[in-house]
Design a protein around this ligand. Structure first.
Ligand code: SF4
Length: 366
C-alpha cells in the first residue's frame, strides 16, 4: 500500500508538516530552489511557505521556459512577426512578453501581423497545407520536455514534403544552467526541487552534479504532499550532510527517462550556445536545427541573428530566475508591473514567479 493510501488528505499533510518541524534545526537556514516554474506556482497556490518553519526559504529557479527566453530573442520574434510573408505561431504565454521596444507579439497581432496561438506544434501542419503560399514559423520555447514536440514537427513536415514550415528554436537544456548555478557563490542553495516533467524525459543522471556539489536533489511532483515530502527530504539530507538524488515522482519519472523522446530531439537538433535571461550566453545550452533539416531552420531561412545584443531592462526577472531576489523585492512588483500590464515575463507566464506571488500572496504564497 502506498503512503498516499495509508494517509489521506489533511492527515498526510499534517504528518509531513509535523515531520518537517521536528527535523528543522532552528539555527540553520535552508534554501531550496524550485527549479520548475510549475513548482513555484504550486507552492504559492497551496500556501506552502506559510505552513513551514520560517528558516526554510523557497526560492525561484530557471525552469520557466518563457521567463528564461532572452529579451533579444523576444525582439527577434516580434520583428519576424512583422514580415508580411510570415505567420508566426507559438504557445499562449509567449504572446504578452514585451521586447525592448515595449511591444509584444500580442500587440504585433493587434497591429495586423499574423500571429497565432497553438496548443501543439503539429497544429502548423494543417495550417501549412491549407495556405501553401504562406510561410509558417513555430517559435519553439521550452526544455527537454517540449523539444521532442518541436522535433516531431520538423520530422513530420520533412516526411510529408511540406516546405512552408520552419521553427525558430529557442529550446534550452537544463544541465548547463545547473553548472552556472553551482558556480554562483551568491545564491547559497542547499537543495533543489528538480522538475518532474523534465525528468520524465531526461531521467535522473542530469542531477548528479548537484549531489556531487553537496546539495540535495529531489525530483518531485506538484501536489501539496509532493512538495512537503520533498522539503522533508532536503532537510534530512542537509542535516545528515549525506547528499543524493531522490526520485519522489516515481509515478511518472524513471531512472533512464524517455529514450525514444530524447533520440527524436537529438535527431533533429544539436547542442548550441544560447542566451538565457539573467544568465547570459551559456555554452551548449540551446538546441539548434541540424544541417540535415536546415530547410526548416527559421534562423537560417530569415537571416535572424541568434546572438543579437541584449538591451538593458529595469525588469528583475533575471535575478529572480537565479534565486537572488524574490518578486516582492522588485520595485515594480504590483505597482508598474501587474498581470494586466506586465513589464517582464515572470509576471506574464503561467509558470512565472511574479505571477504566482501576485496571484497567491493572500494565501501566504510569497
Ligand atoms: S515584477 Fe515585473 S518587472 Fe519586476 S521582476 Fe517581475 S516581471 Fe520583472
Amino acid at each position: 500500500m502506498t503512503i498516499n493510501k495509508l494517509f489521506s488528505g489533511k492527515k498526510l499533510i499534517d504528518s509531513l508538516r509535523d515531520a518537517i518541524f521536528k527535523e528543522t534545526l532552528p539555527d540553520k537556514t535552508y534554501r531550496i530552489m524550485e527549479v520548475c516554474g510549475t513548482h513555484t506556482m504550486a507552492a504559492a497556490k497551496y500556501g506552502i511557505p506559510s505552513i513551514i518553519p520560517s528558516n526554510i526559504q523557497l526560492v525561484s529557479g530557471p525552469g520557466c521556459p518563457v521567463c528564461v527566453t532572452s529579451q533579444a530573442d523576444i525582439d527577434n520574434c516580434i520583428e519576424l512577426a512583422a514580415d508580411k510573408r510570415v505567420t508566426v505561431a507559438t504557445f499562449g504565454d509567449m504572446m504578452r512578453v514585451v521586447g525592448s521596444g515595449g511591444n509584444s507579439l500580442y500587440q504585433a497581432k493587434a497591429a495586423g501581423a499574423d500571429v497565432r496561438t497553438v496548443y501543439s506544434p503539429l497544429d502548423l501542419i494543417k495550417m501549412a497545407r491549407e495556405q501553401k503560399s504562406r510561410s509558417f514559423v513555430f517559435i519553439a520555447v521550452g526544455f527537454e520536455t517540449t523539444a521532442p514536440m518541436a522535433a516531431g514537427l520538423v520530422k513530420t513536415a520533412h516526411a510529408e514534403g511540406i516546405r512552408n514550415i520552419s521553427i525558430l528554436s529557442l529550446c534550452k537544456t537544463m544541465p548547463q544552467v545547473f553548472d552556472m548555478l553551482l558556480k554562483d557563490n551568491e545564491i547559497k542553495i542547499n537543495g533543489f526541487f528538480c522538475p518532474g516533467n523534465v525528468t520524465v524525459i531526461t531521467g535522473l543522471s542530469i542531477y548528479k552534479p548537484l549531489m556531487d556539489a553537496g546539495m540535495a536533489a529531489v525530483v518531485t511532483g506538484f501536489e501539496p504532499a509532493d512538495l512537503l515530502s520533498a522539503i522533508l527530504e532536503v532537510i534530512r539530507q542537509v542535516n545528515s550532510e549525506k547528499f543524493s538524488v531522490v526520485n519522489n515522482y516515481r509515478r511518472a519519472a524513471h531512472e533512464l527517462g524517455n529514450v525514444k523522446a530524447n533520440t527524436l530531439t537529438y535527431e533533429v537538433f544539436e547542442p548550441s550556445d544560447a542566451r538565457w535571461r539573467g544568465f547570459g550566453l551559456l555554452p551548449s545550452s540551446g538546441l539548434s536545427v541540424r544541417e540535415k533539416y536546415e530547410a526548416y531552420d527559421a534562423f537560417k531561412l530569415f537571416g535572424i541573428n541568434r546572438f543579437r545584443e541584449e538591451k538593458p531592462t529595469p525588469c528583475r526577472c533575471g535575478d529572480i530566475l537565479k534565486g537572488r531576489i524574490t518578486p516582492k523585492e522588485c520595485p515594480m512588483f504590483g505597482k508598474t508591473c501587474t498581470p494586466e500590464n506586465a513589464a517582464g515575463p515572470c509576471m506574464v507566464s503561467s509558470e512565472g514567479s511574479c505571477a504566482a506571488y501576485y496571484k497567491y500572496s493572500a494565501r501566504g504564497g510569497g
